[in-house]
Write a protein that binds this ligand. Structure first.
Ligand SMILES: NC(=O)c1ccc[n+]([C@@H]2O[C@H](COP(=O)([O-])OP(=O)(O)OC[C@H]3O[C@@H](n4cnc5c(N)ncnc54)[C@H](O)[C@@H]3O)[C@@H](O)[C@H]2O)c1
Length: 357
């Protein structure tokens, strides 16, 4: 039987990949050691999500609590399924640029070393399988911050005549900028996944995500923007705004739309393909705009605190272009926008995210 191998299967994108590919009739094998808990504390644990997948999917889902840094254990999983592996979705990572600076070795070993381990095993055991790599817009470092942004009432914005107004394209340089430690480990993984496509002819796709979001995120302050806005609002926590007057803009794409893009690549894969992956003009917001939406949905005011300094390397404005992906996959249609995403996160967590008593 055809197998989808998913790393980070308890996380936002990994868990959505498990459900999506199981829904297509593939047997799904997941790898996740709940390291998100180690990174961000108990509230960010993804164990609940693995339990949910196991309960929902039964024998269609097999979980391995393996660390992707453990080359022997990962190789054993590949050996077991061999050429039955029809697709690899690599979504395990240390995902926060703020966390990476605390422990650069671990960040690099997980993000760069772990990706190499997945690529090399795919090459050895199932070279025909499309390899979908989750990269990030942080590979462009702080170059987007050099754009001529104009301050508006609730957001920073580009002039509509600017070539990147409809979204930054993949031709933006990744050189000569500050990446953060996380950005650098993700660049290494991104370039290696491209190289396994070019050098070995493998069917690799590198998706450079903007804000990826959805109700399956174990949202926490250091990772999971929209989820954490909604969580802070619902639990009456103080949301700390880091610089840029709270007007920093992000595009946001729901995990459902991410997975429909992954499926399109799985069905018709190319080699060494690099795509930005985000909400684009269709789905984006500033911090202040997200707060207003969250308040409207829950009926509860946000509690915020302003911190003057922005996060190092943080983007002041990011809207990515999906034009390259859409040119290759014209049938792909984005469903969600920011209000829909926040509404869904609210409804999914209304019983769980309540103020501490
Ligand atoms: N969520 C976003 O906004 C966003 C944006 C851009 C790129 N990305 C990238 O997309 C991918 C998925 O992100 P996500 O939001 O689903 O992250 P997530 O943290 O929700 O999921 C990642 C999962 O990987 C697991 N993991 C971490 N280290 C591991 C290890 N050594 N071995 C096994 N499992 C391990 C974690 O426990 C977690 O369940 C990552 O590569 C991330 O960098 C995410």
């Amino acid at each position: 039987m055809a197998v989808a191998l998913v790393t980070g299967s308890g996380g936002l994108i990994g868990s959505e990949a498990v459900r999506h590919f199981a829904g297509l009739g593939l047997e799904v094998v997941g790898i996740d050691n709940d390291m998100r808990q180690e990174f961000f504390g108990a509230e960010a644990s993804t164990a609940w999500n693995v339990q949910r997948l196991t309960a929902e999917l039964g024998s269609a889902y097999e979980h391995h609590g393996v660390d992707i840094r453990d080359r022997d254990a990962v190789a054993r999983i590949f050996q077991r399924y061999g050429k039955n592996i029809a697709v690899v979705i690599h979504a395990a990572a240390q995902p926060s640029h703020d966390w990476a600076v605390r422990d650069p070795y671990t960040d690099f070993d997980v993000n760069a070393g772990g990706t190499l381990t997945m690529l090399q095993n795919t090459r050895e055991y199932c070279i025909e399988a499309p390899f979908i790599h989750c990269s990030t817009n942080k590979v462009y470092g702080d170059t987007p911050n050099r754009l001529p942004l104009v301050e508006q009432e609730t957001r920073w914005e580009l002039d509509p005549a600017h070539p990147y107004y409809d979204g930054i394209t993949e031709d933006m340089s990744i050189d000569g900028c500050l990446h953060s430690i996380f950005g650098a480990s993700k660049v290494a993984a991104d370039v290696m996944a491209q190289e396994y496509g070019r050098y070995f002819g493998m069917k690799t796709a590198i998706f450079r995500g903007g804000t990826l979001t959805g109700p399956a995120h174990s949202a926490t302050e250091l990772h999971g923007f929209l989820g954490y806005v909604m969580r802070a609002n619902m639990e009456r926590r103080t949301y700390r705004i880091f610089g840029y007057k709270g007007k920093q803009v992000r595009d946001a794409i729901h995990s459902h739309d991410v997975l429909s893009a992954f499926e399109a690549f799985f069905r018709n894969p190319g080699s060494a393909k690099v795509y930005n992956l985000g909400g684009g003009r269709h789905s984006n917001c500033s911090n202040l705009e997200a707060f207003a939406l969250a308040e409207k949905i829950s009926g509860t005011p946000m509690i915020t605190e302003y911190v003057d300094d922005n996060r190092i390397g943080d983007h002041q404005w990011w809207i990515g272009s999906m034009a390259a992906f859409q040119a290759d996959y014209p049938q792909w249609k984005q469903v969600y926008d920011v209000p829909m995403i926040l509404q869904e996160i609210y409804e999914a967590n209304v019983d769980k995210w309540v103020p501490a008593s």
